[in-house]
Structures are given as structure tokens and as C-alpha cells.
Design a protein around this ligand. Sequence first.
Ligand SMILES: [Zn+2]
Length: 112
Amino acid sequence: MEKRTHILHTAKVNNNCPECYSTDGLEFIFSQEEVENKLYSKAKREVIETLHCQTCHQDIFPVNWTEDIELVYDYNLKLAKPKSSGIKLKPLAYLLILTDVLIIASIIYYLV
Ligand SMILES: [Zn+2]
């Protein structure tokens, strides 16, 4: 299984950083993980949010968010459109399914 992270949406916000009080360092990053192997890929349902301050280089965890940050978070979360979390088959999977069908078809053919 390989893991990939897709960035869905980023937003620079001008709220005060709870750590260094700078108003021009905070940035929201919304991402979604996708696992894949040779046969299929599947995106996880949940969207992961990271709030990072580029001034003090710290990640600001939700417990430290102010009310204003939460409002901005809600607004931006709506802009982050996650990929569908269904299983997407890869060409190799289709090839295997097709091979199975052919094998079963030929078994039936010889039995009949
Ligand atoms: Zn900061």
C-alpha cells in the first residue's frame, strides 16, 4: 500500500497567531489521504486540516484555536472539496477480472 496526500485547498488567513501574535503568518492546509496498491486506489473519507504559522513555523493545533480561527476554518472547510472515497479500480484489476471471466467461460465451454 502506498499513501499519497492530496492538497485540496489552502488559505492564508489574517487572524492572530496564538503563538506569536503575528497576523500574516497563518495558513490553513486541507488535505486528503489516498491509499493505493497495484489493483485499486481509495481516498479516505476524512479531510485533514493543518493550521501552520509561517512566522513562528509552528503548527497550531485545534485546542489552541480562537473563536475567530474556528469561523475562518468553517468557511474554508466548505471550499475544500474532497475526492470521492469510493474504490477506483486500476487497469490491472480490470485485466484480472477479464482473465477470470475468460477462464470461467472456457471451463463452462469444455463442460458443456
Ligand atoms: Zn506564529
